[in-house]
Design a protein around this ligand. Structure first.
Ligand SMILES: [Zn+2]
Length: 414
């Protein structure tokens, strides 16, 4: 199949049908009259465009909204059931697959066994099969699947989605998951760094979400996602937030592709701690095992966790002083380790500037167990519901020869 065209960050004209969709979707406008007021266009023009969105099935008009002057106006809202998206979070030792409606509500999330060490081609097969079976189990129609996003614990080139020199999965270097998925489907498929997805999930999960935020993924590796002025900051090529290859005090226990002696990842990541514990005769295999050992209170393990936390906190202090975020979010399996997190906080607050530290909130991810899939759902929703894509869908609908239904738009009394 051919790859879908992507509309990421594409332009749209104010007052266009895409813009009108965006305003309704965000809740900024909920009736034809508020749209006309906000956009400053003739109500008749607005109505034609709203009608197109209704015919597309993306917007529904229901209920009665009391408008100014006592006339009744009907309220417009996103039809969140007009399709759904697939979301996947691939970690070193766990994979989650989920589906979300167009309003961003997660309909299902499932842990699935996918062996990433088998390489990207087999993993793509397994991920696609897992998504299809989740869709079937939830009695959804696969034809309504509009797009898929996949998070990976690796640097991801933007916008291609190509994996570049992942530190612990060498067979994934240059992996092109959108290309592999094009064997199965022609819907848009996006690949994103896992820490970026945690950042997106935090920003969109409601509550007091911050426009200046760092999300630190503490898993087998260490990653960082950046929200700057409310937008995901990927940098020029997608490598923004690769904080873990800074030299720190301590000794590497694993090799790292970066070539920097004693980089943070090779000294203090979950993978490095597992290796250190193995040298000492412990049997921990995963980051989650390390957290469990620390919880047991073994003094040697707690010492190792504290020292890793001090290294991570030191690197974070530098980037926090540079970036001045409001929130630092800690996610990933290792963020459940109390001694590690306490040491990160202590070092970070000790070394950050007063102007930076006064307003800084360091906290756990709101939904640490599934932040990755939630962020993936947000990412792909922004793509499949992008104003420019909606414009295109409306054009296709208008050009469609089968679309010969009589004009049944009821005339609104003026
Ligand atoms: Zn490194």
């Amino acid at each position: 199949m051919t790859r879908a065209e992507l509309f990421r960050e594409s332009e749209y004209a104010p007052g266009s049908v895409g813009d009108i969709f965006r305003l309704i979707r965000s809740g900024a406008a909920n009736s034809r009259s508020t749209l006309a007021r906000q956009i400053g266009m003739a109500p008749s023009t607005i109505s034609l465009r709203v009608d197109s969105l209704i015919r597309l099935g993306l917007i529904s008009e229901a209920g009665d909204e009391q408008s100014r002057g006592g006339r009744r106006a009907r309220s417009l809202e996103l039809s969140s059931g007009a399709g759904f998206v697939g979301a996947m979070d691939v970690g070193a030792h766990h994979v989650q697959v989920g589906i979300a409606d167009l309003g961003g509500r997660m309909l299902a999330i499932e842990d699935v066994p996918v062996a990433i060490e088998d390489g990207p081609a087999l993993a793509a097969d397994a991920l696609w099969a897992a998504l299809r079976s989740l869709i079937a189990a939830n009695e959804l129609d696969e034809a309504q699947l509009l797009g898929v996003a996949i998070g990976l614990p690796a640097p991801i080139e933007y916008p291609s989605g190509r994996v570049v020199l992942p530190s612990f999965m060498p067979s994934w270097h240059n992996a092109d998951l959108p290309g592999l998925f094009a064997e199965f489907t022609s819907i848009p498929v996006l690949v994103e760094n896992d820490a970026n997805l945690i950042a997106l999930a935090e920003q969109t999960m409601g509550g007091e979400s911050s426009d200046q935020l760092l999300a630190i993924k503490l898993g087998t590796r260490i990653g960082c996602g950046i929200i700057s002025d409310g937008r995901l900051h990927r940098g020029a090529g997608g490598a923004a937030g690769e904080i873990s290859h800074t030299t720190v005090q301590g000794t590497s226990t694993i090799s790292c592709v970066c070539g920097t002696p004693n980089c943070l990842e090779s000294v203090a990541s979950g993978g490095a701690i597992v290796a250190r514990l193995a040298q000492l005769g412990y049997t921990a295999q995963t980051a989650a095992d390390v957290v469990e050992l620390g919880r047991g209170g073994d003094a040697q393990v707690v010492d190792i966790l504290r020292s890793a936390g001090t290294s991570i906190g030191g690197v974070l202090a530098s980037i926090v002083n540079f970036f001045n975020p409001r929130d630092v979010i800690l996610g990933g399996a290792m963020s459940a380790s109390a001694p590690l997190v306490a040491a990160i906080r202590a070092e970070l607050f000790q070394r950050c500037l007063p102007l930076v530290g006064n307003d800084l909130d360091v906290r756990a991810a709101r939904s640490p167990g599934d932040a990755g899939v939630r962020g993936a759902a947000q990412l792909i929703l922004e793509e499949v519901l992008a104003p420019a894509r909606i414009e295109q869908r409306v054009r296709e609908l208008d050009d469609s020869p089968t679309d010969t239904a009589p004009d049944d738009t009821t005339t609104q009394p003026a």
